[in-house]
Design a protein around this ligand. Sequence first.
Ligand code: SF4
Ligand code: SF4
Length: 315
Amino acid sequence: MANLYLTHRCDRGCPFCFARKVLKEGGGNVDDILTIDEIRALLDHYPGQFHELGILGGEPFLYPHLGEVLELLWSRNITAKVFTSATNPAPEALNSIEFGKNPVYFVVNIGTRDTYTDEKYRNLTDFMSRFNRITSLSYTIFDTEADFSFLFDTIDEYHLLMRFIRVGLALPIYRGGNRFISSDRFAEMGKYFVRMAETAAERSVSLGMDCGFTACMFTTREIGVLQRSGVNMAFDCCPVVDIGPGLEAWNCFPLFRLHRENALGTDNLRELYRSFDKHIGDYFGHRAGIFPQCADCKHYRRRACRGGCKSYNVV
Ligand code: SF4
Ligand code: SF4
């Protein structure tokens, strides 16, 4: 899997946004986009190697050719997973989606009601009503006081068939630039996630953990609660390479500034991933994880925990 970063444009303004340095430091212009020709060149260069592609930005609904991207992916039997805030009107091209036939689904990054204007919230709820069969939610933990019950209420109210929430953490951008939860608050973040998991189990919703969670965020008892709540636990650092305008590729948003290369610079996708592994590994190689105790940690030695998000090493 990889992600196509289609456009810099986004008007949502999340304080923890991981993507905000891509435009500022990438030397580009806000109007630069990943073009259809570039996407075609990418697919031709790695034939048959993509089965699913993430579609993101910026905001994919502000990209002028979203329908063409979807058609292109479908013509190559590639599933599109579109990450959106859904706060802009859905592009007209989405009207022709045939549920159950076209391989596409949406992950809506959702926030609490107070983070939306009335108009934005109307767009969001219109979208969820229309596309509830192929939409799931995603939520980033940033405020550990925030009431998360709205997530489960939203799933019920809009009858989302995919009763699943992808939960991420507000991670730092390498060398700063966004608001994030500091690593000395991991235990607090862990407790918040455990409460969320217990509620999810009661409300028949599954939770998934995005990269950056660590095993030591949780006590042994809390790990047991997560297991009993059916959470698919992962304490991973598992980059999904992003490919943006000009076919520039980077490891993940937080490490955008560290290293970028041409997405067509290798002969197969595995080599591209290996190339990033090597650069990132060479840079952070002397550190096992983000804490001094990672080097001697049994979870790290068993590879059950990858030592947290590397961007914490440099802020
Ligand atoms: S490897 Fe590091 S981050 Fe992971 S559980 Fe061990 S001490 Fe914590
Ligand atoms: S460094 Fe690892 S954990 Fe952090 S965002 Fe990138 S892939 Fe995820």
